[in-house]
Every structure is written in structure tokens, then in C-alpha cells.
Design a protein around this ligand. Structure first.
Ligand code: MOS
Length: 718
């Protein structure tokens, strides 16, 4: 680079490049695409029983209602081939529901009819006229019944390393001999993702090609699944999804709205739009499963862990055995010789859960980190000191060294910023100016740093600009922006001269936008494609040039490179994870027992930070989700009917601005040369991990009440 080259842009707090499109309403979300003339609006009719069959379905009134074009039920819907398809984000075991293919009802809220009309209002009204008679069968509606016949994860999960029973040594003997031990049970409700953009699909068949405008985190998988469902070659399907209004994992699998829109559009020969209502998202899409945990910890008198036993159980459906890694963290977060974990899934007459931000870890770490606080109290030890005393540089579950681990630095940085030193360890000993009980709590956070194969294309244009593309998604973390930064820096072009495109199956294939691995996976592909295109342009110019913007006009034609990158050997030689430490302050009204959280401070070791601004937003957004988990959220499922009761944003309480105090995220200096060529670890999910535990632990410190069931409602603090 010469002295005239632009300053480095990786590491700069660049504002979102697509921000102006979003705040001016110019960004087009799935339901906003105009597929051309003849658009029909589809309204979904959903089941009102948990298990059974459709005995009769009367669509006569709906069919004659104003504006109605067609009513599809299992009796007249086209039979679809439904070839086998297992995407990475599908449950390993079982088979998805085949939409409108038979009279079988397996959960509340399952689609049983689709009404197509000229306007959304006409469709919704006609849908209310569809009469369905059911022949109910007994089902497993209560979680308490489901857990009595829980089973280990199925064989396909076990082949991926998710065992029902795992660990090392002899935890029971070690527990029995431990001089200090605690045991406790922790319950977490179901959580729904509740992105503000509802799930929606616009479908159009034209010249033998099915185009789907869909809300998704993975356009290539929507194409693959629809190819299987309809028995089509993938080349005849295009999926477009340039903007996603939040997803948190709810866009990882295609839901019934995609199949319904595509099926109905082909049936009536017109484009069809299907938008789920908020209530329908509680029945048709996935959710973080309800879970129950039991943790026993043993330590010597100096606070060194000698035994961990962690058991967890979570709900799944009767037709898919969804499992997630809830207990793995208990095997590697701390040094401990004897560890036993036992994980079971409980089939219930509900729809299948799916990954929600920090899946498994959010749940398992909550239980472990609440238990660590209970152990600190039993030891009479500072909870930060307890974590540091059990720090380890080796992942004892695999024997591999961590590629980098800054847990200690995170605790030090966050404790300092938070003012942990002001804490009087005695519960109930601190008050604020309003007389409220004040508590300080902390917890560890962690998330695996993973990487997938990815492909990107760089196209350099004669006007001195570049267009870089890959089929990825940007559900909010800032993929448009961070990829533009990596591309601009590699090309030596100003940010304004680079445009990054995503969200279309016509682009080179990106991995699923999830797992906190987009930067680690796609970043190296973008970097490599840009480097190859740049070198190609310089070779074509041939005069030892170093200024790409000057070279491109002379070449006079586009210069292109497409590069596929794959993870290397590094993941076999190292254990790769992000770590963090999160501190929360609570203020509890001594009479009303209401809990407020004035402050959360987290520090994280996430490798190189490509964009401190979007990274900070990711972490604080994750903290908000953690505060919702701690204080307000939870899907109430009626144990008699398995129906979600609070399926609206008025009743399912996502935190609002007034619920949130100061949030602060610190990134400690961490250089990881092993994890991937960019040295980045993910940070999309770790921000949610540990937050609810820090709040619960702070509530104990404030009040002496140990709340082991979430959310922390007034009656649980009383
Ligand atoms: Mo994330 S739960 O993999 O979208």
C-alpha cells in the first residue's frame, strides 16, 4: 500500500451501510415485494386441538365470501412429493409436518386451511368462516407429563456428538466426598423468538420458475427444501431475502407459510402472499423449548471444583426429536476432574422447537451459573474469585487447548467497569437513594467459535467500484457493513466504492446465517475473492500499479473472482470458543418486590472485532434478550390443551425501552491466530448467555431470595 491508500477500515466503528435504506422505508422486506398483477392474499386457518384428526371441514361460507378466490384444505390441496430433505438446521430426528396433505393434527396452531382472496382483509374474514370439526385423541399436553417419558437424543444426534449421557471420571463418588456441595433445580419456560417482522412469503410461478420472496436466514436451504417438497430441480427455484426484520433463529428453517404460498400460487395460477399473524407465529414457527435442570456441584474448601453433575430435560414435539446442546458447557467452562451430564428430550403434543439465539448455552449456562453463585455462598467466597479459581487453559472435555480464552481478563475488565469492589457481600445490605434493595450479581458467558464453508464473488468495475456478493443473510448483526469493510480493506478502495449484496440464491452459496459464524465463515471468502480479483486486475494492468481505483478504468472491463473457502485443520487442534463475564445490578422494591435492572456490564473475548459499533449493538441487543428472559418473557402453555396462552405482544412481554437501564459491552484485547484467517470469533449469541443468571444472582444478593424459576416475577421474589 502507498501512503495515499485509504486508512484501514476493519476495526473502525462504521455505521450500517444499509441504515439509510432501513430508516427511510426503502429496504424491502419479504411481505413488501410486488410480484406483479393478480396477487392473492392467503389467510391461514389453524387447528384448535393438540392431537387428533379433522373429522369434517366446511368451507362453503368462506368460498362464497366477498373477494375469495379459493380455499385449500387437505381435501383439495395438491398432493406434493415431499422428498426427503434434512437441512443443517432441521431436527436430526423425525420428519416435518406435510402441509395440508392429510387429516392428521399434531399440534395446536397447525395449518388446516388456506383462504385466498383479493385483499388481506377479505382473506382474514373468510378464514373466520371455515368450520372444522375435530376428532380429538389423547395427547401429551402438560410438560409435567412429557418429562415422565423423556428419552435421550436420537441416534443421528448421537452420531454428531450430542449424547444423552456424557462426562468424565466419577462425579457421584466425587460429589459424595466433596467437603462443600450444593444441589438445586432450575426451571425455564418456553421462549418465542418474536422478531418484529412476522414470517411471510410471496410466491410466484413464471415460465416454470418458482420465485419466493421470503423471510429467512438461509435462502439456499429454502430452495433445497422447496425443491424436495415440490419435486423440482433447485435451478427452477429462486429465493430472495435481502432484508430480515429480526429473526433470532426463527428464520433458520422454512415454516408452513413457504409451502402454503408456493402451493397456493401454483394452484390458482397467480402470485400469492402469506403473512403469519403474531398469534400464528406462536403455533407455526419454533421456539426455545421449556426446560428443567438439576445441578449438583462439589468443591474443596478453597473453592476448587471437584465434581459437577448437570441434568437437563427439554420439550420437543411428537413428530420431531429436537435436541440442543444444553449441558456441554458444564464439561468445559471450568477445570473439574469428575463431571457427569444427562440430557433428555420430552415428546409433547406441540410443534417442534428450534434454535433461538444462543440455543442450548443460554439454557444450560443459566443453570450452571446460578449454581456457581449458590456454591460461592456455601463457600463464603466471592463469586468472581470462585470463577477465577476454576479457570483453565485446556478444554477438559476434549483435552485440547483453547485457541484463546480471556475469561480472566473479562472478569477483571467488567468487574472494574462495574464497580464490583463496592459490593458488600452480605445479602440485603445495600440500598439505593430511593430505599430500594440493591444487589450485584455476575455470571460467565460462552459460545463456540465455529466456521463453515462459504463462497463469495468480487466484481471490479471500470468506474473504480466493486460489487461483492454471497447468498448470506443479514438479520441484524451488520453483515452488509462488516463484509463491505473486509472487501474495501482488501481491495484498498474507499468504503463508498464497495457494495456488498446478499440474500439471493443467484449469488454464490453462503452458509446458514446463524451459529454466530457468518463473519468467521464468509469473511475469509470475501477477503480471498477480493484479493484474487485485485491481483488479477493488477496483473492485467501490468505496470506495477498499486492503486486499484486508477487501474480499473484503464482495464475498461469488469474483473471478477469467485472463491470458495473451507475451515482448515485448526478446529481439530484447538477448542475454539468466545468467553465473557457479565455483571448486573438490580434494584428491588422491598414492599412490592418489583425488580429493576439499572445496569448491565459485560466484557467479552471475541478475537478481532471488525466493527466495534455493530459489535456493541449485537452484544447490548443480546443483553436485552437476556433481560427479557430474566424478568418478563415466557410462553405460557396451557397444560390441559397445550395451547400457548399469551400469544401476542400484549401478553408475551418483550422488554421495552423503559425496562432497560444502562448496558455496556467491553471487548478485551484478544488476538487469536488459530481460529480462522481473520482471527474473528462470533458475537451474535454470546450477549444473551449468562445475563439471566447474573440477574438472578443479583436478586439473591439484594434480597436473600434464590429465584430458581424464570421469569423473576413479583410472586417469586415475595
Ligand atoms: Mo442462531 S439461533 O443460529 O440464528
Amino acid at each position: 500500500m502507498t501512503s495515499t491508500a485509504p486508512a484501514p477500515v476493519v476495526g473502525r466503528p462504521v455505521s450500517r451501510v444499509e441504515g439509510p435504506l432501513k430508516v427511510t422505508g426503502a429496504a424491502t422486506y419479504a411481505a413488501e415485494f410486488d410480484p406483479g398483477p393478480g396477487l392473492c392474499h392467503g389467510a391461514v386457518v389453524t387447528s384448535t386441538i393438540a392431537n387428533g384428526r379433522i373429522a369434517a371441514i366446511d368451507t362453503a361460507a368462506a368460498e362464497t365470501a366477498a373477494g375469495v378466490v379459493a380455499v385449500l384444505t387437505h381435501r383439495n390441496a395438491p398432493r406434493l412429493p415431499y422428498h426427503e430433505h434434512k437441512g443443517l438446521t432441521d431436527p436430526a430426528e423425525g420428519e416435518r409436518i406435510h402441509v395440508l396433505q392429510d387429516d392428521r393434527v399434531r399440534h395446536q396452531g397447525q395449518p388446516v386451511a388456506l383462504v385466498l382472496a383479493a385483499t388481506p382483509e377479505e382473506a382474514a374474514y373468510a378464514a373466520s368462516l371455515v368450520r372444522v370439526d375435530y376428532r380429538p385423541e389423547s395427547g401429551v399436553t402438560a410438560f409435567s407429563d412429557a418429562v415422565t417419558h423423556a428419552v435421550p437424543p436420537g441416534p443421528r444426534y448421537r452420531s454428531r456428538g450430542l449424547e444423552g449421557d456424557a462426562g468424565r471420571g466419577d462425579a457421584d463418588t466425587a460429589l459424595g466426598a466433596a467437603p462443600v456441595r450444593i444441589a438445586a433445580e432450575y426451571d425455564m419456560p418456553r421462549y418465542n423468538h418474536n422478531p418484529i417482522e412476522p414470517h411471510a412469503t410471496v410466491a410466484r410461478w413464471q415460465d416454470g420458475v418458482l420465485t419466493l420472496w421470503d423471510k429467512t436466514q438461509w435462502v439456499d436451504n429454502v430452495r433445497a427444501e422447496m425443491a424436495a417438497v415440490f419435486g423440482l430441480p433447485p435451478e427452477r427455484i429462486r429465493v430472495v431475502s435481502p432484508f430480515v426484520g429480526g429473526a433470532f433463529g426463527s428464520g433458520l428453517r422454512p415454516w408452513a407459510n413457504v409451502t402454503l404460498a408456493a402451493m397456493a400460487s401454483r394452484h390458482v395460477g397467480r402470485p400469492v402472499k402469506v403473512v403469519l399473524t403474531r398469534r400464528q407465529t406462536f403455533g407455526i414457527t419454533g421456539y426455545r423449548p421449556r426446560s428443567a435442570h438439576r445441578v449438583a456441584l462439589g468443591a474443596d474448601r478453597d473453592g476448587r471444583l471437584v465434581a459437577i453433575r448437570h441434568e437437563g430435560i427439554s420439550e420437543t414435539s411428537t413428530y420431531e426429536g429436537y435436541a440442543e446442546e444444553q449441558l456441554g458447557t458444564s464439561e468445559y467452562l471450568y477445570a473439574c476432574r469428575d463431571v457427569a451430564t444427562r440430557y433428555r428430550i420430552a415428546p409433547r403434543s406441540v410443534q417442534t422447537p428450534n434454535d433461538m439465539r444462543g440455543p442450548g448455552k443460554v439454557t444450560g449456562v443459566h443453570a450452571l451459573e446460578c449454581a456457581m453463585d449458590e456454591l460461592a455462598v456455601a463457600l463464603g467466597m466471592d463469586p468472581v474469585e470462585l470463577r477465577l479459581r476454576n479457570d483453565t487453559i485446556v478444554d477438559q472435555s476434549t483435552g485440547l487447548p483453547f485457541s484463546s480464552r480471556s475469561l480472566r481478563e473479562c472478569y477483571q475488565a467488567a468487574a472494574e467497569r462495574f464497580g464490583w469492589g463496592r459490593r458488600n457481600p452480605e445479602p440485603g445490605s445495600m440500598r439505593d437513594a430511593q430505599g430500594r434493595l440493591v444487589g450485584y450479581g455476575c455470571a460467565s458467558a460462552t459460545w463456540p467459535a465455529m466456521r463453515q464453508a462459504a463462497t463469495a464473488r468480487a466484481r471490479l468495475l471500470p468506474d473504480g467500484t466493486a460489487v461483492v456478493s454471497s447468498s448470506s443473510s443479514d438479520m441484524g448483526p451488520g453483515t452488509y457493513t462488516s463484509m463491505t469493510q473486509v472487501a474495501a480493506e482488501t481491495l484498498g478502495l474507499p468504503l463508498e466504492s464497495v457494495r456488498f449484496e446478499l440474500g439471493d440464491t443467484r449469488m454464490p452459496v453462503a452458509p446458514v446465517h446463524g451459529g454466530s459464524w457468518t463473519m468467521a465463515s464468509l469473511g475469509p471468502a470475501v477477503q480471498a475473492a477480493c484479493a484474487q480479483a485485485r491481483d488479477r486486475a493488477f496483473a492485467m494492468a501490468g505496470r506495477g500499479d498499486v492503486d486499484l481505483a486508477a487501474v480499473l478504468p484503464r482495464i475498461g472491463e469488469p474483473v471478477e473472482a469467485t472463491v470458495h473457502t473451507e475451515p482448515g485443520e485448526e478446529l481439530r487442534r484447538y477448542s475454539t470458543h468466545s468467553f465473557g463475564a457479565v455483571f448486573a445490578e438490580v434494584a428491588v422494591d422491598p414492599e412490592l418486590c418489583t425488580v429493576r435492572v439499572p445496569r448491565v456490564v459485560g466484557a467479552y473475548g471475541v478475537g478481532r472485532v471488525v466493527n466495534p459499533k455493530t459489535a456493541h449493538s449485537q452484544i447490548t441487543g443480546g443483553m436485552v434478550m437476556g433481560l427479557g428472559m430474566a424478568l418478563t418473557e415466557g410462553t405460557e402453555v396451557d397444560p390441559r390443551t397445550a395451547r400457548p396462552v399469551n400469544s401476542s405482544l400484549a401478553d408475551y412481554l418483550v422488554p421495552v425501552n423503559a425496562d432497560i437501564g444502562e448496558l455496556d459491552a467491553i471487548f478485551v484485547d484478544e488476538s487469536d491466530p488459530h481460529v480462522n484467517p481473520l482471527g474473528v470469533k462470533g458475537l451474535g449469541e454470546i450477549g444473551t448467555v449468562g445475563v439471566a443468571a447474573a440477574v438472578c444472582n443479583a436478586v439473591f444478593h439484594a434480597t436473600g431470595r434464590r429465584v430458581r424459576e424464570l421469569p423473576i416475577t413479583v410472586e417469586r421474589v415475595l
